[in-house]
Design a protein around this ligand. Structure first.
Ligand code: BES
Ligand code: MN
Ligand code: ZN
Length: 498
């Protein structure tokens, strides 16, 4: 595992395998960013020219390696691009991404020191978090030829006093390590991660961090009348689970319920997905992984708020016992749903979990789900959609996401789209409606299950949850831990009384 620490020594005193500096686009070529001064001195002021000769422009995403001169206790200097040079500090997201590029580029080395512009505690945290996320590598199934992530990351800070710099790095570790755990869960092959093994992992983490974990197995789900979760899981040899992970604070300002879609594999069921649409469907539990990471992070940060994560876990498989298109399910709470397409399974497991979460009268319910391909068509692969029954909450979550560097966009829940789900069905609702606006139809379906008087929001992370392209910034290929930082920051803001 990668460790994080903070140092206030100058570059000359740092013993490492590589020193990382920032380089930005100046009017006449690359310019070195604050933090790099002592490294630049060791080059007798020639570093910017050396970088220019090597083709560096200072553009975001750029990484250029230079052998270090005598006088530094590291053999290598890595310059990472920060984009346009500025006099008044770099955006936190720019710092996170640059640190992420550095950590990824240095995979295979033992120890790296980052001398990026990190003056404020927020900047120190951004560099530390970006580096820890960028260092992530999923090695579970790789043999000897897999490159180990950087072993030790040192964030050099010019910040005097050092105490709040240390706290900033610890915050980054709490959030980054839980995000990396969520990525591991998403990347784990679906023959290893199923509802039962996921529940077992949640129980172990609960023990480790002192969280209360309750697991409903298939028998308990049957007894409790969880027709949605059971209906989705009934076709699989791996039975479903509903997991509750609770963090409580004695001086809590409010209670938040985070509900996650946890389909450990989505084959589509009897409405089977065609080849080409199922290879990445192990990622369909990303919402559950995100809410799980968020509640553990909330505990590690000691936030003054109660957070309950609900993981709705099932495997959606076709078989002789599977739910058929045409079946009617009796959901938790009593509503009936005609299943017209077994591939619209996420809303079925979420509906049960949302009703159950609502029984505990939280102040807010936020669900997180890789819910619809339609949302990916609408917003692309890096932006999640935010829907809500409350305009202020929708705006707030969109803005919170922006503040932590996650791309999101507010989406409507137009009442006219509800008709398609209720007409021409023998049940209260159908799990499909109009094809146009499919992401919003799914949101409207979930809204039906939110108890009167509770503010609810729905984050459709089908696009950003799983990166099928190459790595960028601090985002690796595969699981990304999308929405975790948004949930954690939202909980922090609520804890702070905002
Ligand atoms: N898990 C999928 C949605 C998805 C698509 C996630 C792409 C990640 C990437 C979901 O269960 C699904 O199959 N949705 C259907 C719904 C339709 C049948 C109404 C879809 O979006 O096509
Ligand atoms: Mn599906
Ligand atoms: Zn799905």
């Amino acid at each position: 595992m990668t460790t994080l620490s903070v140092s206030t020594s100058s570059a000359a005193g740092l013993r490492a395998d590589a020193l990382v500096v920032g380089v930005a686009k100046g009017p006449k070529g690359p310019v070195l960013a604050p933090g790099s001064e002592t490294v630049a001195e060791a080059f007798d002021g020639t570093l910017a020219d050396v970088l220019a000769t090597l083709g560096a422009a200072g553009a975001e995403g750029e990484a250029v390696k230079v052998p270090a001169p005598a006088g530094l206790k590291a053999p290598l200097v890595l310059a990472v691009g920060l984009g346009e040079a500025t006099e008044d500090g770099y955006a936190l997201e720019t710092l996170r991404r640059a640190a992420g590029v550095a950590a990824r580029t240095l995979a295979g080395t033992k120890k790296a020191a980052l001398l990026l512009p990190a003056e404020s505690a927020a900047e120190v945290e951004a560099v530390a978090l970006g580096a820890l996320l960028g260092a992530y590598a999923f090695g579970t199934y790789k043999g000897e030829n897999g490159k180990a992530p950087v072993g030790e990351l040192i964030v050099a800070s010019t910040r005097k006093g050092g105490k709040d710099a240390k706290a900033a790095v610890e915050r980054a570790a709490a959030i980054g390590e839980e995000m990396n755990r969520a990525r591991d869960l998403v990347n784990t092959a679906p023959n290893d991660l199923n509802p039962k093994s996921f529940a077992t992992i949640a129980q172990a983490a609960g023990k480790e961090h002192g969280l209360k974990v309750e697991v409903l197995d298939e028998k308990a789900l049957l007894k409790g009348g969880f027709g949605g979760i059971l209906g989705v899981g009934v076709g699989s040899a791996n039975p479903p689970r509903l997991v509750k992970v609770a963090y409580t604070h004695p001086k809590a300002k409010a209670t938040l319920a985070f509900v996650g879609k946890g389909i450990t594999y989505d084959s589509g069921g009897i409405s089977l997905k065609p080849a080409g649409h199922n290879e990445t469907m192990k990622c369909d539990m990303s919402g559950a992984a995100a809410v799980f990471a968020a509640v553990v992070a909330a505990k590690r940060l000691g936030l003054q708020v109660n957070v309950t994560a609900w993981l709705a876990l099932a495997e959606n498989m076709p078989s002789g016992s599977a739910t058929r298109p045409g079946d009617v399910l009796r959901m938790y709470g009593g509503k009936t749903v005609e299943v017209l397409n077994t591939d619209a399974e996420g809303r079925l497991v979420l509906a049960d979990a949302i009703v159950r979460a609502g029984e505990e009268k939280p102040d807010v319910i936020v669900d997180v789900a890789t819910l619809t391909g339609a949302m990916v068509l609408a917003l692309g692969t890096r932006t999640f959609g935010v829907m809500s029954n409350d305009d202020a909450l929708r705006t707030r979550l969109h803005e919170t996401a922006g503040a932590v560097g996650e791309q999101s966009w507010p989406m409507p829940l137009p009442a006219d789209l509800r008709k398609g789900m209720t007409e021409s069905t023998i049940a209260d609702l159908a799990n499909m409606g109009e094809r146009m606006g499919g992401g919003l139809v799914a949101g409207l379906f979930l809204k039906e299950f939110v108890a009167e008087g509770i503010d609810w929001a729905h984050l459709d992370i089908a696009g950003p949850a799983f990166n099928e392209g190459g790595p960028f910034g601090y985002t690796p290929k595969g699981g990304t831990a999308s929405a975790v930082r948004t949930l954690v920051r939202y909980a922090e803001d609520v804890a702070a009384g905002a």
